[in-house]
Design a protein around this ligand. Structure first.
Ligand code: PLP
Length: 423
């Protein structure tokens, strides 16, 4: 059996750090300097010239849509709903496995997020559960292309058409990804993108909303520019209820430089993915998520796979802890949406506590797949592993094999390790 786990006092598999993110060079410095010297720093008048250029470049890379720039990838979704006049009392279906932004955005627009379970093969929203959740108040579905997966857009769009619903693709993890050759975020009515620091295309902060029509884009542009009338792409928004969510020229300048590097990085990650998947599939107790042939370009944020705890011999929390100590950056993922404090009686910060008992009565809802993924199974490998050559990936797999070989010891030490961690 291989040497003692680093978590239990042995030496780590890897001591060399993985490459840092974001990648930057003199081009970023020059781009920011240029903005400083131009005197045109902010987003007003909106959009600024660099912002407009970034929008065009991004939409061309992603493959379509009428793009509107914003401050982040949360307000993009709020603005999408507001541009489509979805708000008070309307229901918006969202998946139970996602970052809190996917729920916060409809709530900020005044709508109610209706949380449904995910497909255990992809961890993305389960179209069958979407169907069951539709009522006469349902107005939209927000799907999340989670980790390295895409939601089943064929099924989702068929349901949306049948019930006359809008679809927002939360594509914060899917810059460059394609489904049947079409870019993530260009298939639904809206595609929402984040450029926050950890994202695979970053401007520090920032967001772009790809809209299906000029009318939706003009209204979205108005909402983010304090409600001023906008004439984006030939459509006239008139006045709207808006606030200042404008992207600055600094962000756009950094985004454009990031886009120059993006195609090469994407190619490198996709090739690395094929390599690591083969190696991971040989580790006992590792279950790879579905490789859907319709997911034609796998550009991804983090690589997510599932543990089968009974076979592996330990659960994802302690495995992530042990991998981290072996020098492999990883994460056990988001909590399931129904475990967020926001929805817990007594901890809730909802404006009117327990205002929506019928919606957030989780005891009556079946969210068991999200529960299993979030509480026991999911492991998110950091993106930096995919930029560290074969050695970087070999180290990650070797560490996982080492942890698996010592899984019983690790599981036995779980309570002590947890106590030390919290101490
Ligand atoms: C799935 C998902 N949706 C939305 C967001 C929100 O993006 P932002 O941080 O730019 O608001 C994030 C991450 O930050 C995310 O991971």
């Amino acid at each position: 059996m291989s040497e003692k786990l680093a978590a239990l006092g042995g030496s780590p598999v890897r001591t060399e750090p993985y490459p840092e993110w974001p990648v930057h060079d003199e081009r970023d410095v020059a781009a920011v300097t240029d903005v400083v010297k131009s005197g045109r720093w902010g987003g007003y008048p909106y959009p600024g010239p660099r912002t407009q250029a970034f929008l065009e470049q991004f939409a061309a890379m992603q493959g379509g849509g009428y793009p509107v720039a914003m401050v982040n990838g949360t307000v993009t979704m709020e603005v999408a709903l507001r541009a489509a006049e979805i708000g008070w009392g309307d229901e918006v279906i969202i998946p139970a496995y996602t970052f809190q932004a996917t729920a916060a955005a409809p709530m900020a627009a005044g709508a109610i997020p209706v949380i449904v379970d995910v497909d255990p093969q992809t961890y993305c929203i389960d179209p069958r559960k979407v169907r069951q959740a539709i009522t006469e108040k349902t107005k939209a579905i927000i799907v999340v292309h989670l980790g390295a997966q895409m939601a089943d857009m064929d099924e989702i769009m068929a349901i949306a058409e049948e019930h006359d619903l809008l679809v927002v693709e939360d594509s914060a993890h899917a810059h460059g990804a394609q489904w049947n050759g079409r870019g993530a975020g260009t298939i639904g009515h809206f595609g929402s993108f984040s450029f926050q620091s950890s994202k695979i295309l970053t401007a520090g902060e920032g967001g772009v909303l790809l809209c299906r029509t000029p009318e939706l884009a003009a209204r979205a542009a108005s909402v983010v520019d304090c409600g001023r009338p906008h004439r984006e792409y030939g459509a006239d928004s008139g006045y709207t209820m808006g606030a200042n969510y404008r992207m600055t020229e600094f962000q756009a300048a950094l985004g454009s430089v990031g886009l120059e590097r993006f195609p090469e990085q994407m190619k490198q990650r996709e090739e690395a993915l094929a390599y690591i998947e083969e190696a991971l599939s040989e580790v006992p107790g590792v279950r790879l998520l579905k490789r859907d042939v319709r997911h034609t370009r796998r550009s991804f944020y983090r690589y997510v796979f599932a543990l089968e705890p009974d076979v592996f011999g330990a659960e994802h929390d302690e495995v992530c802890y042990a991998l981290d100590r072996e020098g492999i950056p990883c994460w056990n993922g988001y909590p399931a949406m129904h475990h967020y404090d926001l929805f817990q009686p007594g901890k809730s910060r909802l404006p009117v506590p327990n205002a929506f008992p019928n919606y957030f009565d989780f005891g009556k809802m079946d969210l068991s797949e999200a529960e299993r993924a979030c509480e026991h199974e999911a492991i998110w490998l950091d993106e930096s592993i995919f930029r560290a050559g074969r050695k970087g990936m070999d180290d990650a797999v070797a560490a996982l094999k080492k942890v698996q070989a010592h899984a019983a010891e690790l599981a036995a030490a779980k309570e002590r390790l947890l106590a030390e961690e919290l101490a």
